[in-house]
Structure formats: structure tokens, C-alpha cells
Design a protein around this ligand. Structure first.
Ligand SMILES: Cc1cc2nc3c(=O)[nH]c(=O)nc-3n(C[C@H](O)[C@H](O)[C@H](O)COP(=O)(O)OP(=O)(O)OC[C@H]3O[C@@H](n4cnc5c(N)ncnc54)[C@H](O)[C@@H]3O)c2cc1C
Length: 436
């Protein structure tokens, strides 16, 4: 099998895909990395772009620049539309008018297409919910958040003002908690002296979570600490509530007892369910592999697609079959995708050298979430941290994993300046972020 022209196609330059490509440095393979974006996005910090703390260029890095010194890598800007697993071909479409080959042939294929937010079957809500998943949606969110304060300042009607200053964040996982905390800081701290007719500190920030506590993947004591920190930032935590409606005037919340309540709001941030990339569905269909309700395809313990030892799927879009035969859901976080990416690179190397390779095993290094200035929670192998120490851990881990030395320096400077001045330098309302 060993051949200098073994073709590896990697779909997706996110956390998983990047580690596969880097792990094949110096290997006797020709790697083609295909992404519909020309950059890697550090998703864990998109919410900071959405709240004006960071600028887009600081959390993204061009894929070509990342691999400019890795001679066996070619980067291709194109969208993957389909696969022919029998013919070992990936079918492509062009992006931004850039011509792309119609198809790419592979000897090994790795698909790491990630996930998107899902609206629990209510796709019409997508028009009203704001997301912080992509750089574009984060910029639109930034514009909508800041425009809401402007609208509140401009409107003469008290009811309208209340609706503009009511921010509803749906989903009490790390992203929802981080977003709610950041809006709290924006209202209580950054903007507090900027307006004349309204007091930004009067903003209502509601964090809605269906479970009985936020951050359900953390121990209950840390959830309680996070809720306390959120309250300190003016956030009202509404647990045990489900969103049953969203329209252009607000949201409808249902309690556990079946009662519903309408909340007038012009800015609803959606940080709830996710659905796998449609590439997972297509692979599942072609290989007859199981898919779960969130569209994730189940791969074998070695991360290959059933019946296709040359096709790997990793990251947010998969479940991994465990030794009992069940599909095990690992958390949808960057470390899972990165470890799977490294595993696949070494599996491809092992296969080329005719060496056996172990099934994938996830090593959980812990859980981190930040709430605001000097406030975070961390659960590292049972060691529970909160407050400043957890925040410093969060900060260092994020700086460490951010791609590009320049970005690390820039983000460190931005965070230090913001910490000292309580400011946020990127508070721009761009076009395309018109309030509803
Ligand atoms: C707001 C937010 C905050 C988060 N915070 C954290 C955090 O604090 N800590 C943490 O560990 N995790 C966090 N996560 C989760 C983490 O970002 C994901 O688990 C991780 O990105 C998954 O990696 P991946 O490689 O599977 O997919 P991604 O990183 O999403 O990469 C997918 C790539 O595939 C490309 N792609 C998709 N479809 C196609 C196609 N058809 N053709 C070509 N290219 C395609 C995309 O452009 C993208 O570059 C967060 C996620 C979000 C949205």
C-alpha cells in the first residue's frame, strides 16, 4: 500500500481536520484539505466577537498560512457536495465564484464537517434567533446587540424601550452562559455611561434553560457558582423553562407545569441544540451507517465508516461505536475533534506502514466555562475551580490553543487592555445587522 502518491483528502479545516493534516506532516502522502472557508475559525471565542471584545481577524487564521511550510499539503477552497464511496471520489462545488475541480480522487478520506445549530424542528425560528457559530453570524449578532441599545435610546415609547433592552439567551450550556455573561458586562459596565436617554444597566438579560441548572456537564456545585456569578452581572437565570415560540416581538416560554409566558424582546440569542453537518447524513446514507436524532453518523471504534476502512469521520458530526456495539456520544467540544484528528493521522501512517492501530480512546482533560471578568468555572479531573483561578486557567488554555503566534499576542493584549479599562474596542454596527 505504501506509495508516495497515496492521496488523502481531508474535508474541513476546523479543529478535527487541522489536526489530521498537521499529523501527516512528513508522511509519504499527498494531502488535499478542502474547506468552503479559506480560514480556520476558533469557535470557542466567536461570542467575544459578537460582544465587541475581539475582532474577527484575531480568532481566525488563513488555512494556506497554517500549512505554508508543510510541502505535502494542498489547500482547496471549495464546498463538498457529495461522495461516491465506491469510486473513491469527493464531488465539489465552487465557493465565492472561485473555480473548483468537479471531483477529487482519494485513497484515504477524512470528513470533519462539524455541526450547526438546530431549532428543535422549528426552522422558522432561525429568522429570529441570533447565533454565534460562524464569523458572519457573530458579526450580525454584534450589530444586533449594539443596535438594540441604540434603538432603546432613540425610541420615545417605554414598551418598545423595554423590549429593546430585553435580551433572551436560549440554552444554558457554556456558550449560552458565556453570551449572557458578556451581555451583562456590556450593559452593566462597558456601555453604562454611553447613552443619555436610557440607562443600559436597566437591561434585562434572561438565560433560559430547560434543565434544572445551567452547565449540566459540570458538577452541581459549579453550576450554582456560575449562576451566582451570572446574577452578579444582572442576568436572570430561568431554569426549567422551554422556549415554545419565537417571533419578531419576543419569545414564549413554557414552565414545567405547562403554563406559558410571553416575554417581549427584540434580541434572542440561540445557543441550544446542534445538528451534525449534512455530510454526516450523506455518509450514513451511502454506507448504511446509523444516524442519531441530531444527524450524527455512527463510526467504528477506529473512527472509520462501517464497511469503508479507508473513510474516516470525526468531530462534532459523529458518534463512536463502543465495544458493546452502541454508538457513544462524546461531548461536542474541540478536544474530542482534535484528539480524533491526531488519531486518524497516526492510523493512516500505521496503515501505510502495515502496522496495527488501536481503537480511538478519548482522554477527558476537563471542562471549562467563563462567565465574565475574573469569573469562570473549571472541572479538571474532579478538581473544582471557580473565580479568578478558573478564569486564569480558561484564559491560558484558550491562548494556548488559538492558532497563530500573532493572534495569541493580539488577543492577550486585547484582554489585558479590556481588563484594565473595562472597554471593548470592536463595538461596530456593520451593514446586514439591521434590527428587526
Ligand atoms: C459558539 C461556540 C462556542 C464553543 N466553545 C467551545 C469551548 O469553549 N470549548 C470547546 O472545547 N469547544 C467549544 N465549542 C465546540 C467546538 O468548537 C467544536 O466541538 C469543534 O469546532 C468541532 O470541530 P470539528 O472539526 O468537528 O468541526 P469545526 O471546527 O466546526 O470545523 C468544520 C469545518 O468544516 C468546514 N465544512 C463544513 N461543511 C463543509 C463542506 N460541505 N465543504 C467544505 N467544508 C465544509 C467548515 O467550514 C469548517 O471549517 C464551541 C462551539 C461554538 C459554536
Amino acid at each position: 500500500m505504501e506509495s508516495p502518491s497515496h492521496r488523502v483528502v481531508v474535508v474541513g479545516g476546523g479543529f478535527g481536520g487541522l489536526r489530521v493534516v498537521a499529523g501527516l506532516s512528513g508522511a509519504p502522502v499527498e494531502v488535499t484539505l478542502v474547506d468552503r472557508r479559506n480560514f480556520h475559525l476558533f469557535q470557542p471565542l466567536t461570542y467575544q466577537v459578537a460582544t465587541g471584545a475581539l475582532s474577527p481577524g484575531e480568532i481566525t487564521y488563513p488555512l494556506r498560512a497554517i500549512f505554508k511550510r508543510q510541502r505535502n499539503v494542498r489547500v482547496l477552497l471549495a464546498e463538498v457536495r457529495d461522495f461516491d464511496l465506491d469510486a473513491r471520489v469527493v464531488r465539489l462545488g465552487s465557493v465565492s465564484g472561485v473555480p473548483a475541480p468537479e471531483e477529487l480522487r482519494y485513497d484515504s478520506l477524512v470528513v470533519a464537517g462539524g455541526s450547526a445549530y438546530s431549532y428543535f424542528g422549528h426552522d422558522d425560528w432561525r429568522a429570529y434567533g441570533i447565533e454565534v457559530k460562524s464569523i458572519e453570524s457573530a458579526l450580525a449578532a454584534r450589530g444586533r446587540l449594539l443596535a438594540a441599545f441604540e434603538a432603546a435610546e432613540a425610541t420615545p415609547h417605554a414598551d418598545d424601550r423595554d423590549a429593546w433592552l430585553t435580551f433572551v439567551v436560549v440554552g444554558g450550556g457554556p456558550t449560552g452562559v458565556e453570551m449572557a455573561g458578556q451581555i451583562g458586562e456590556l450593559a452593566l459596565d462597558t456601555l453604562r455611561r454611553d447613552f443619555r436617554n436610557v440607562d443600559p444597566r436597566s437591561a434585562r438579560i434572561l438565560l433560559v434553560e430547560a434543565a434544572d441548572r445551567v452547565l449540566t456537564t459540570f458538577p452541581p456545585s459549579l453550576s450554582a457558582k456560575a449562576e451566582r456569578s451570572l446574577r452578579g452581572l444582572g442576568v436572570t437565570v430561568l431554569t426549567g423553562r422551554t422556549v415554545v415560540g419565537i417571533d419578531d416581538g419576543g419569545v414564549v416560554l413554557a414552565g414545567g407545569d405547562g403554563t406559558t409566558e410571553r416575554v417581549g424582546s427584540r434580541v434572542v440569542i440561540w445557543a441550544a441544540g446542534v445538528t451534525a453537518s449534512s455530510l454526516a447524513g450523506r455518509l450514513g446514507e451511502l454506507a448504511g451507517a446509523e444516524r442519531d436524532r441530531a444527524g450524527r453518523v455512527t463510526v467504528e471504534p477506529d473512527l472509520t465508516l462501517p464497511g469503508h476502512a479507508e473513510v474516516y469521520a470525526i468531530g462534532d458530526m459523529v458518534r463512536v461505536r463502543d465495544p458493546t456495539g452502541d454508538g457513544r456520544l462524546l461531548p461536542g467540544v474541540a478536544p474530542v475533534a482534535m484528539q480524533q484528528g491526531r488519531h486518524v493521522a497516526s492510523a493512516i501512517r500505521a496503515r501505510l506502514a502495515d502496522r496495527p492501530h488501536q481503537p480511538f480512546r478519548y482522554r477527558d482533560k476537563g471542562n471549562l466555562a467563563t462567565i465574565g471578568r475574573a469569573a469562570a468555572v473549571a472541572d479538571i479531573h474532579g478538581l473544582k475551580l471557580s473565580g479568578f483561578l478558573a478564569w486564569m486557567t480558561w484564559l491560558l488554555v484558550h491562548l494556548w490553543y488559538l492558532i497563530g503566534f500573532q493572534n495569541r499576542v493580539l488577543v492577550l493584549i486585547r484582554w489585558s487592555v479590556s481588563f484594565l479599562t473595562h472597554g471593548r474596542g470592536a463595538r461596530l454596527i456593520g451593514s446586514g445587522s439591521e434590527p428587526r
